[in-house]
Design a binder for this molecule. Sequence first.
Ligand code: PEP
Length: 260
Amino acid sequence: MSKKLPFIAGNWKMNLTISGAKALAKSIVKACADLPEAEIVLAPPFTALSKVKKTLEDSSVKLAAQNLFWEEKGAFTGEVSAPMLRDAGCQYVIIGHSERRQSFGETDEGVNRKIKAALKSGVFAIFCLGETLVEREHGETMDVITRQIRGGLEGIGGGELKSIVIAYEPVWAIGTGKTASPGQAEEVHSHIREKLALTYGIGPAECAIILYGGSVKPANSFALLSEKNIDGFLIGGASLEAESFIQITREAIRAYKEKK
Ligand code: PEP
């Protein structure tokens, strides 16, 4: 994983049949043949991982899962472990998405256990964090982010930070059509980098990949990615259409080149 390229990840959430996922992956792979200047990752639902993996073979597009459980195996009905994801061909796994925190009660401690499980199995973690609207309105954004970083990365060393992508996703911007302004996003991204620098040093913090997520669209992607500390996107809704996903990727590449 290197920060030389903008990092664009599509989170398909609980959408698409196996054949629908395969078709979407196929369109993205075809378009991405012309886009070697981005690190592209797709996160289909578990049921479609195997078929999408086949579609991604012979392309540079990487496969991600949307969740895992921290135990390796055993009596945990309905759960999927990191070694299983690795076996299924996943290079990445999304951990701590706000939908999991809000609807499934995930805590910072659980997120931390999941990140450690992913890294132990050689799967890179896409570690999501972000404040709710109430927290932002109460002026608690930076405290919430600091707590989530501390909790999520507890006990994780500098060497392991290279295997973690951080995704700042303000909860109020996810799936709502409300995007954080580039300034709002940059303020939090730079706070995240500062916190990483305090724990791991300036070098590792500079190398860390920090994504923005929350209603990213072709129209807002250039301005967001032009910000100094925004290295890419985690995209939900707009990743379900090949055309918008690719357009965002093109805009991200354009912004990344201009800011270098
Ligand atoms: C997401 O689910 O991570 C996300 C950012 O969704 P959307 O792009 O739809 O807001």
